[in-house]
Each structure stands twice: as C-alpha cells, then as structure tokens.
Design a protein around this ligand. Structure first.
Ligand code: BTN
Length: 331
C-alpha cells in the first residue's frame, strides 16, 4: 500500500476522531513532516482533513470523489478499473486519453475517469456537457476477439449495462436506439463507442460513458433543459457518484462478458424491452440519408429494423432518430 493510501486508510478508520501526528508517523514509519506532506496532498484532492497542532488530524466529511483511492477498495469487478485506473480532476476528454493509452498497449479493462472534461465529446461531433463533480465521465478500453461484423453488438451491451446501473438507483431507464439512456423521456446518459479496426479485426474499442448525476435543471445550458435530466432531478435528492461508478463498472464488465460468452440474445432481449422507439413512427438521419418509417424491431446485431411506406424493411446500423409524436386526436 502506498503511504498516502495508508494515511487515508487510518483517517477513514477513525473518521470524525482526531489522530495524532505522532501516532500516524509511528504507525507508518515515516517522519511527521512526511505525514504532513500526505495530508496536504489529500486536502488538495478534496478531502476535508482538519489539522490541529495539539490534537493532530481529523477527516471530517468523506468527499464524493472518484479517485482510485476511493473507487478501487470496494470495486467488485474482476478486471475493469482494477489494475489500470487513471483519474484526473480535469481532462479534455476521457475517451481521447483512453485512446492514447490503447495505442500504448494498455490492456482491456483500463479505465479513465475525470471529475470534469473541458472537451467532452458526444456522438456525431457534438459536445458533452461535463461540469465538475456533477456527473460521471468514464472511458474503458475493450479488446474483444470478435469478428468485425459483431462490433455493432458492443454498444447495445453497454447501453443495457448503463440502464442496469441506473435501475439499481431506483430509476426506470429506457434506451433510445442506439445508445441514449432516457428517464421519463429525457436524456440522463450517453455512450460514445469508438473502435479502431484493421483487416484482422478489432484492435481496440474505447467505450465512453457520461451520466448526469447531480445536475440541477439550471446547470444545463438553456437549449438542453427540455431534453436532459439527471439522477438528482428524477430522484429529488443528491446522489453519491462513488457507488454509482462502482456499480456502473461492474455492470459494464458483466454485460461485456455476457456478450462474449454466448449471451447476445439475452442482452438484445433486454435492449428491446427497454427500447423507447419500437412501434413508433420515426425519422432517421443515418448513413443512407433521411429515411422515415416505423421502427418495428431491433435485430440481434443491434440494428434497428425500420419499415418504410412501401413496406420494405431496412436494417439500420447507426444514425439518429426523431420519434414522430402522434397527432393530438390519437392521444
Ligand atoms: C452521446 O450521447 O452523444 C455520447 C456521450 C458520451 C459522453 C462520454 S463522457 C466520457 C467520455 N468522454 C467523452 O469525451 N465522451 C464520453
């Protein structure tokens, strides 16, 4: 255990009570000056450690921060976020950083987390709003031994995993194909899957997940206030991000493993069950341009099946859909 970790562990065990500098330095076998150095670094990370010349040190409030020191001890995954966990107070985009790590051969399960992003990215070149401490911004490296034609199964598995984690919080999430997670019709989380492939198959995939946790409506820019929501808005209370991130990493790992070990049909069944678009009339902005029709199903590769006005069925791999609301008299 690293020294800083050991200082934190002792302070946590005695949370709310004073621990003398002398006791800490003896327990850890370092000087009081070294103890003080670690205390300062914990304070800089956001821990509220009081210091008194007579009494020593006292950890008061345990902050909701997503550092490895906080996340890893109670993480129930076997691989994800375990060995390689990168944490930043601020980062341009966790997906961009994870892509750099992937090119440096970091293994599957490598996880990048930031408290805030200055250039968070969404799908289709959009920005992902990433205020400090209000959301979860996480990216994970995957290296599946899958043929290229099964790549499209990854995002649905991840979308179901995010929905699983939100369900655990007491929310009722839905999935707007392909990967928007909605609660009460508003977006609470999004997934950005970026893959690098070659002739032999998939080199790596970076899955980036953004969850709106403690945003208030007024935190969102005006243009999102109609369409976005957060766990706090829906549950009407502040939601600790730490256990949510731990749950999220666990669910992501479990659904990913399930997808690789013959569980695609079960994942897709859940994906369909949670779908907010099946049976709806939609307009689709996809690779083949704009199509409109009825979303009738999702196939086992995660493709949306759209029936057009002529009765032709299209299997659509990606795109953005706009659900047409039925005219008033049908409501
Ligand atoms: C979308 O719905 O358009 C996808 C949003 C994905 C946002 C996450 S936040 C963590 C990761 N880093 C990024 O820059 N984007 C993803």
């Amino acid at each position: 255990m690293m020294l800083r970790e050991a200082v934190l562990k002792t302070l946590k065990q005695k949370q709310g009570h004073w621990v003398s500098g002398g006791a800490l330095s003896q327990e850890l076998g370092v000087s009081r000056t070294t103890v003080w150095k670690y205390i300062k670094s914990l304070q800089a990370e956001g821990y509220t450690v009081e210091a008194s010349p007579k009494k020593g040190y006292r950890l008061t409030i345990r902050p909701d921060i997503l550092s490895g020191l906080e996340v890893q001890p109670e993480l129930n995954t076997t691989l994800f976020g375990r060995e390689h966990y990168f944490y930043f107070k601020e980062m341009e985009s966790t997906n961009d950083y994870a892509k750099i790590l992937a090119t440096r051969n970091y293994p599957e399960g490598t996880t990048v987390v930031a408290e805030c992003q200055t250039a968070g990215r969404g799908r289709r070149g959009r920005a992902w709003f990433s205020l400090p401490g209000k959301g979860i911004y996480v990216s994970v490296i995957l290296r599946p031994a899958l043929p290229l034609n099964q790549l499209s199964r990854v995002t649905p598995a991840m979308a179901v995993a995010v929905a699983d984690a939100l369900h655990q919080l007491g929310l009722k999430p839905g999935i707007k194909w392909p990967n928007d997670i909605l609660v009460n019709g508003r977006k609470i989380a999004g997934i950005l899957t970026e893959a690098v492939t070659d002739m032999d198959g998939i080199e790596y995939i970076v899955v980036g997940i953004g969850v709106n946790v403690n945003y208030r409506l007024e935190d969102f820019p005006k243009e999102f206030r109609q369409s976005a929501t957060s766990a706090r808005i829906e549950l009407k209370c502040t939601v600790p991000r730490l256990p949510l991130l731990q749950e999220l990493l666990l669910r992501v790992e479990q659904r990913y493993q399930q997808m690789l070990t013959g569980g695609v049909a079960a994942i897709m069944e859940e994906f369909r069950r949670l779908s907010t678009v099946i049976g709806k009339d939609i307009v689709l902005d996809g690779l083949q341009g704009i199509t409109s029709g009825r979303a009738i199903d999702i196939d086992n590769n995660g493709f949306l099946m759209v029936r057009d006005a002529e009765g032709n069925i299209h299997h659509v791999m990606s795109g953005e859909i706009f659900v047409k609301e039925p005219p008033e008299e049908q409501l």
